[in-house]
Design a protein around this ligand. Structure first.
Ligand code: ADP
Ligand code: MG
Length: 313
């Protein structure tokens, strides 16, 4: 069983009330709020040794902990609002010595490191208009940070993973791959501004953020929308020194992946051309059948690729 079959196995037991518009299966849950708006709710957890290392600067850890949640709210078309922050701090259990542990007290976390994490969280919160309204503090074997974030979206502006249609064009909001090596996975900018621009001007048919690699995450859109897709290899925007394979199956890009109907796609391409703006790059298209993922080379040949990205287990 991997991460995603585990999540699927939970789905039948969600006990959804009539106020739940979308439960498990998108970047955030969608809940009734009022006549005009939906409430969005998402959560992400960072674990030392998995998502960051013991020598990662504390401020960046804090930034990432909140920014990856903000990225999920952006992917729904929403605006982030309120967050709670829970932190598990190693005190007295230390079986490993970390550089940021206090000298002479190797079993406990340096308080400066934890407050550094909060500096990162607060700076990110201020930048994106998020209020930190609570949380929980516990003892843990490893440093763990979990943030749950609320957001809001006008009902007419909600974008799910399930709306992609055959003939739609696929875009990403920036270059992909190599983010672990470059450190971009720690200090990325969640694409709230870009997502709001897209929603207001072009209303994508489907959207998500890329957190587990393009191929795997596009696979989620294809599953949810019951369609297939072709990606044009030569159009993929790559970070410096990154191979196509790394861009497809790498990890935490935190760029937007979205689909637009053919007329809207033409409008966006024209907008990008006339404004000399490289913010969004067309990478392929949605197909009806087969419901598979293909990579096309320059001469029009296509080969099937696994819609696989990073999985935790
Ligand atoms: P993302 O990468 O956008 O944060 P995930 O791949 O983590 O999304 O999760 C996919 C979906 O599964 C989301 O709707 C998320 O809320 C849900 N999910 C993930 N883990 C669990 C869990 N342990 N229990 C219930 N739902 C979960
Ligand atoms: Mg996501």
């Amino acid at each position: 069983m991997n991460e995603f079959s585990f999540i699927d196995s939970i789905k039948p037991f969600q006990n959804l009330s009539c106020r739940v518009i979308k439960g498990i299966g998108d970047d955030a849950a969608v809940l009734e709020l009022d006549a005009k708006r939906y409430q969005l709710l998402t959560t992400d957890m960072l674990v030392e040794g998995v998502h960051f290392l013991s020598n990662t600067p504390a401020k960046l850890v804090g930034h990432k902990a909140l920014a990856c949640n903000i990225s999920d709210i952006a992917a729904m078309g929403g605006i982030p609002t309120f967050a709670v922050v829970s932190i598990g701090i190693p005190t007295g259990t230390g079986h490993i010595e970390f550089s940021h542990r206090v000298k002479g007290q190797e079993n406990s976390m340096c308080p400066d490191y934890v407050s550094g994490i909060y500096k990162g969280i607060f700076a990110c919160a201020k930048r994106f208009g998020v209020s930190i309204v609570g949380g929980d503090t516990v003892k843990a074997d490893k440093l763990v940070i979990n943030i749950a974030l609320l957001g809001e979206v006008e009902k007419k502006n909600l974008v799910l993973r399930s709306g992609a249609k055959p003939g739609d064009h696929l875009f990403v909001s920036g270059p992909l791959g190599g983010t672990l090596k470059s450190g971009k996975h720690l200090n990325f900018t969640p694409r709230v501004k870009e997502a709001r621009f897209l929603i207001e001007q072009f209303k994508p048919s489907a959207m998500m953020d890329i957190s587990d690699g393009l191929a795997g995450d596009l696979g989620h859109i294809l599953n949810a929308s019951r369609v297939g897709a072709e990606i044009d290899e030569q159009r993929l925007p790559l970070n410096k020194g990154v191979s196509v394979d790394e861009a497809l199956h790498g990890g935490e890009d935190f760029e937007l992946l979205f689909s637009l109907s053919s007329p809207k796609s033409a409008k966006l391409v024209e907008y990008l051309r006339s404004h000399r703006c490289g913010h969004f790059v067309e990478i392929g298209r949605i197909i009806a059948l087969p419901k598979k993922l293909y990579l096309c080379d320059g001469s029009g040949r296509r080969r099937e690729i696994e819609p696989k990205g990073y999985t935790h287990f």
